[in-house]
Design a protein around this ligand. Sequence first.
Ligand SMILES: [Zn+2]
Length: 115
Amino acid sequence: MSGQVFTRTNLPPRLLAMVGEDLVTGCWIWQGATSGSGRGGGYGRVKWLGVTQSVHRLVWQISGGRPLRKGEQLDHVCAARRCCNPAHLRPVFQKRNMKLAYARRRARLVAEAVS
Ligand SMILES: [Zn+2]
């Protein structure tokens, strides 16, 4: 990645065919299978090189994102779990990620209570 912008069309064809772009948010929304609706659910899943893995992690790697350190995971800045736009992802340590998720959930509940 020598200063080149990674766009959706840079995705391998098999992934590109499964990813739709939200023109408002810029999210790359995975249209395929997800990890379900339970706790830890809602993330895109795909079988790639014989291994079922998280789509956003896979795209992060393909797009030249740096390797994650121990205890790090990818946080969705956009809060859309099915999004795999590497520009919407950033590595955070797990504890911080949980805090962020909590803050977002709270903000949403407050917003719902007001409307
Ligand atoms: Zn997004």
